[in-house]
Design a protein. Structure first.
Length: 556
């Protein structure tokens, strides 16, 4: 290399750090935190040994210097190595009932996608609601929220993105409103795609935020809910207040989901669609779009017609889907004797209610044309029958790493409890005992909202929930009253792509700059904080009346 082409020392170091910072961080983080381990070993304090593991996993999760899923297997190695738990006890937590329920929920979501049922529901609803820009946003937001109740929020977002793109492309071709920003509004470098306009951004923000809100409504809507269920039930196995499917849904639906989704829609109308600013350019474009809604309806209708008539495959999937919901609701509903109570020679968990429909999907054929050959003679069909769900499709599209992420969180939480680390940290936060209960709950919600903005919400749930459980014991507040609102707050991440999969999906799919996402999430975050706090202090106490006082079983 020529001397002129050689990099300076400073530039060379900068380039090296830019390309190899992950490798350096993965070596430096354990070394920087090593004093915690040394202190724990010298004093033979298992809580400090566990703290060393927790701090390293938290920093690895936040920086993502190695993949999240790889960090999640650290407990398998280090909890036995530090003498906190046996390998058998740790590995058992990586395939717990809650995790199997999560996996089954993913399989059901894949079956819905495999049959194209999700497109039929989304497009059909949009046609019913209307196709002016504001009605279109209403349809997309509410459809995404509803679908996200029953499948993962990431799957619901990924499903809606192509629909949004098709609608915006038609808007652009018909010049109904500005789909992209002008060069003066947001300069674009040569070779880059133009930036979406404020109106266009509202559609992508709407589906991502709606999927996040809808995911809070049921246990299977987001991995964070199932993570919390597993952590809470592991820490408090004797709890009389259960997190069964119908009770959890009853707790979160009225304020956290229904009111929140309405406020989200109104917020986007104000911030991105010119509501109450009739003379603004955005409002004029929205009005022009409303005047040309027939063109958009034509596009959506064509996409719906391309799906053809309802197929046997789609009908079977929706029947099995409803069957799963009925099984989840009636297992142990609490207000009448469920099938789980009736057959409960051994405890039957939610995983059974999800995996039975999954098994049916693998067994049922997509159509029954072969029946005409059963009682007749040849010729017989030479084509094998496809099942309603293909294992090849499942294997290719399931995010298997999430199982390690959830399992690692369960193992870390159990290690924190066994070692005494969670109790130590919970007592350290006992200073809030002088505050009224409503203020303590508000603080935990704020901490959760802040932390989840900077890292994966499942990872943050794994870190914060065990601490809040012990904090509740220290300040003599019912553990569920303190931890459930904070767990839902961890799910409501609106600001950064790293916080939750729906944010990452829309940013990657539509090339949305982080600054627009960060600003757009301010108002929904405020609404979420207020509604979560209000729900905990009002409706939550109706659903869980025993949470008004500190329970006897928490002392056990």
């Amino acid at each position: 290399m020529d001397d002129k082409e050689k990099l300076s020392t400073g530039k060379s170091l900068k380039t090296c750090c830019g390309f190899h910072w992950r490798g350096k961080a993965s070596c430096l983080i354990p070394l920087i935190t090593l004093p915690i381990l040394i202190y724990g070993l010298s004093k033979n304090l298992p809580e400090y040994k566990c703290m060393y593991l927790v701090v390293n996993m938290a920093l690895f999760w936040i920086t993502e210097c190695i993949p999240l899923y790889l960090t999640s297997i650290f407990p398998i190695v280090f909890l036995p190595l530090f003498g906190i738990m046996s390998s058998e006890a740790v590995c058992h937590l990586y395939f717990a009932d809650t995790l199997v329920m999560f996996l089954g929920g993913l399989f059901i979501a894949l079956a819905v996608e495999y049959s194209n049922l999700h497109l039929r529901i989304a497009l059909g609803t949009i046609l019913i609601v209307g196709c002016s820009p504001r009605r279109l946003l209403l349809g997309m937001v509410f459809v995404t929220c509803f679908i996200s109740l029953w499948i993962s929020n990431s799957a619901a977002t990924a499903m809606m993105c192509p629909i949004v793109k098709a609608v915006l492309l038609e808007m652009s071709s018909q010049n109904i409103f500005d789909v992209y920003m002008t060069q003066e509004q947001e300069p674009v470098e040569e070779g880059d795609s133009p930036h979406l306009s404020m109106i266009s951004l509202s559609f992508y923000f709407g589906i991502a935020y709606a999927a996040t809100i809808g995911g809070c409504g049921t246990l299977i809507g987001t991995g964070t809910n199932l993570t919390f269920k597993g952590l809470y039930e592991t820490r408090f196995p004797n709890s009389k207040e259960t997190l069964d499917f119908p009770i959890f849904m009853l707790y979160s639906m009225p304020l956290v989901v229904i009111v929140n989704i309405v406020l989200l829609y109104l917020s986007l109308l104000v911030t991105h669609m010119g509501m109450f600013r009739a003379n603004s350019e955005i409002a004029r474009q929205v009005k022009r779009g409303a005047d040309n809604s027939d063109l958009v309806k034509k596009v959506v209708k064509e996409r719906y017609q391309d799906l053809g008539p309802w197929t046997c495959h789609e009908i079977q999937v929706i029947v099995v889907f409803v069957f799963m919901i009925v099984l989840l609701f009636t297992r142990e509903p609490g207000f009448f004797t469920g099938w789980g109570n009736f057959l409960n020679a051994k405890h039957i968990g939610c995983s059974a209610a999800v995996m039975l429909p999954v098994a049916l999907l693998f067994a049922l054929p997509t159509q029954y044309s072969f029946c005409k050959y059963c009682c007749g003679g040849p010729p017989f069909t030479g084509r094998s029958m496809d099942a309603c769900l293909s294992w090849v499709y499942v294997h290719r599209n399931t995010p298997w790493g999430l199982c390690f992420l959830l399992g690692g969180g369960f193992a870390l939480a159990e290690g924190s409890k066994v070692s005494g680390m969670a109790g130590m940290l919970g007592k350290a936060m006992a200073f809030v005992s002088s505050l009224p209960t409503f203020a303590t709950i508000a603080i935990t919600i704020l901490i959760s909202l802040f932390c989840t903005a900077f890292s994966s919400n499942v990872a943050i749930c794994n870190i914060l929930t065990p601490i809040f459980c012990e904090m509740a014991l220290a300040v003599k507040i019912h553990p569920l009253l303190l931890t459930l609102p904070s767990a839902l707050a961890i799910s409501t991440a609106y600001h950064l792509p790293v916080s939750t999969p729906p944010n990452a999906i829309i940013c990657g799919y539509a090339g949305i700059k982080t600054k627009y996402l960060a600003v757009a999430g301010i108002v929904p975050t405020i609404w979420s904080f207020l509604l979560l706090w209000l729900n905990a202090m009002t409706w939550g106490l109706v659903v869980y009346p025993d949470c008004k006082s500190f329970p006897d079983w928490a002392e056990e």
